[in-house]
Design a protein around this ligand. Structure first.
Ligand code: B12
Ligand code: SF4
Length: 470
């Protein structure tokens, strides 16, 4: 069988806010994982349109397309194209799960939910010549997830080619998160077996890993075993987790010893009432500061994520958040405009309140306002969001947040280089990508991440020193 797996590029690819380095950072894994269900004698092609062009003059037997909200229209156009040519088209992913009827108009088959077991059932039916229109399986575990077909990933197109996922979903239930809709009707958090996760890590070349898990510390026992197993492997890694998991026990120290060098943390908002209304576990600003202090003491850089436009936000929220983040010394910040994904509680609430402004999915990219905010105009929300980015990433701000770590000069310098390198050298990154030289930039990033200062760690734990360099 000839099968083509396509991750379509969001329409924004043609817009001025397109940042090629963001998409060349690491390979997404959805389709490479599904491709693991193909037989060795199948002819399989995998195309990530964010980093390479899709050929349209072929006629595969099967076309498998992953649909996010922001790439939905492009996904439908590709699906229509291949159906006209006679290929069987199957669509799946987050947006298909949220809006199966919409997606169904562009597909021969659709899959709802995580879909790994369902996809293998589809393949059986397809080979027998009797594919169904709709697939769904509530049975979910890593036993049904195939090994990632890494041979299909074009490593030279990415700065960190070793992305991996060792858990699916998250133990929390925030109202605005996509996961509530996606994992409906079955388990919404499950982990790989520790020995299999470690074997996968062992099999990856190079040092640097990028975990794509929503919450790598979500299952404390699993994470603790994983980090124990990774100790001494000489790896460096980046991952995502929540504030409370950073503050709990000594898991974060174990992560740092295993090679954690930068963590994406969803702070979301500085307003406790906003968190409460979003059903997100609440923290005080003191918790936030403690988490940041603890991570910095371990030499772990912080990518802080914030959401603007929640119901308690007013026009002061933007500068207040930026000032707080700079003063706290976070390394990079990702700002989002609150976005109600179809299928979530937030979407239903705003729809009931008549506050949705558009159902143009291209705009659901967290950079545009798609609902009527409560305490400011949509225009003020958009302007404040844009201003927050400008304000956080001006040279003076980069210096200011790095200076928050002057008690640890190595960490301060490393943070300065990392933030500036990520945001201030766009033309250079574009040239590196064009010249296909990302592999040459990798050792620089690794060297930066490896530099760590000998530091005292969190007072409640007994671990105190981390090596200067590994
Ligand atoms: C890596 C990543 C990125 C990367 C690369 C994305 C890319 N498209 O190239 C970067 C950083 C660039 C990025 C950017 C953005 N992202 Co992003 N990203 C992710 C992340 C962290 C991991 C994706 C991944 O590889 N997962 C691991 C694989 C194994 O899981 P999977 O992709 O879900 O695939 C499985 C199933 O979905 C299913 N499946 C998927 N497709 C299909 C198809 C068929 C036919 C079948 C049967 C099954 C199936 O089977 C797969 C294998 O198990 C996810 C969060 C997450 N945990 O998934 C967010 C996520 C996908 N991103 C999200 C968003 C909003 C964005 C941005 C809009 C943010 C922004 N403001 O810039 C942009 C736009 C991205 C786009 N292309 O549309 C949202 C999407 C929400 C939605 N409802 O669509 C997510 C879910 C994050 C979140 N928590 O909200 N992202
Ligand atoms: S903690 Fe993060 S990943 Fe988990 S449900 Fe909340 S927003 Fe989603």
């Amino acid at each position: 069988m000839r099968a083509k797996f396509i991750l379509p590029a969001l329409v924004e690819a043609k817009s001025p806010s397109w940042r090629p380095i963001k998409y060349s950072l690491f390979p997404p894994l959805g389709l490479a994982t599904l491709a693991g269900h193909m037989r060795p004698d199948d002819e399989v092609e995998l195309v990530n349109e964010h980093v390479e062009a899709v050929r349209l003059d072929d006629i595969p037997d099967l076309v498998v397309i992953q649909v996010y909200i922001t790439n939905a229209y492009r996904a439908y156009a590709l699906a229509d194209h291949y159906r006209t040519r006679g290929s069987h088209v199957i669509l799946g992913g987050l947006h298909v799960t949220a809006l199966p009827q919409e997606a169904g108009r562009h597909a021969d088959s659709i899959v709802i939910g995580p879909g790994d077991l369902a996809f293998s059932q589809f393949l059986e039916d397809f080979r027998r010549g009797r594919p169904r229109r709709l697939y769904f399986s509530p049975r979910r575990s890593f036993e049904h997830i195939a090994d990632v077909r890494r041979d299909l990933i074009k490593r030279e197109l990415y700065l960190v080619p070793n992305s991996l996922v060792v858990s699916r979903g998250c133990p929390h239930h925030c109202d605005f998160c996509y996961k509530e809709a996606f994992y409906l009707g079955g388990r919404s958090f499950y982990t790989q077996r520790v020995d299999r996760a470690l074997a996968e890590i062992e099999s990856l070349p190079g040092r640097h890993l990028y975990f794509l898990d929503d919450h790598l510390l979500g299952h404390p026992y699993f994470a603790s075993q994983l980090f124990e197993g990774m100790r001494g492997m000489g790896r460096l890694f980046q991952a995502a987790a929540t504030v409370d998991s950073v503050l709990r026990g000594d898991l974060i120290e174990k992560a740092a010893e295993a090679g954690l060098r930068s963590l994406f943390v969803g702070f979301e908002t500085l307003n406790g009432a906003n968190l409460k209304e979003a059903n997100k576990r609440q923290h005080s600003l003191r918790d936030y500061r403690n988490a940041i202090r603890r991570l910095s003491a371990l030499g772990v850089m912080i990518n802080a994520s914030f959401v603007f436009g929640m119901d308690r936000d007013d026009p002061q929220v933007f500068q207040r958040t930026v000032d707080w983040a700079l003063e706290a010394g976070v390394t990079t910040a990702t700002f989002h405009i609150l976005t109600p994904y179809p299928g979530t509680h937030l979407y239903r609430q705003l729809k009931t309140e008549g506050r949705l402004l558009t159902d143009n999915w291209d705009m659901y990219n967290t950079r545009e306002v798609v609902f009527r905010p409560r305490h400011m105009s949509a225009a003020a929300l958009k302007a404040g969001y844009d201003q927050a980015y400008r304000s956080f990433y001006r040279w003076g701000s980069i210096v200011r947040s790095s200076m928050a770590h002057m008690d640890r000069p190595t960490h301060a310098l490393r943070q300065f280089c990392y933030t500036a390198g990520w945001k201030k050298f766009e033309p250079l990154w574009n040239a590196v990508i064009k010249l296909k030289q990302l592999g040459a930039a990798r050792p620089l990033l690794e060297a930066l991440l490896m530099t760590r200062q000998k530091v005292a760690t969190h007072s409640s734990t007994s671990r105190h020193c981390v090596p200067v360099k590994r």
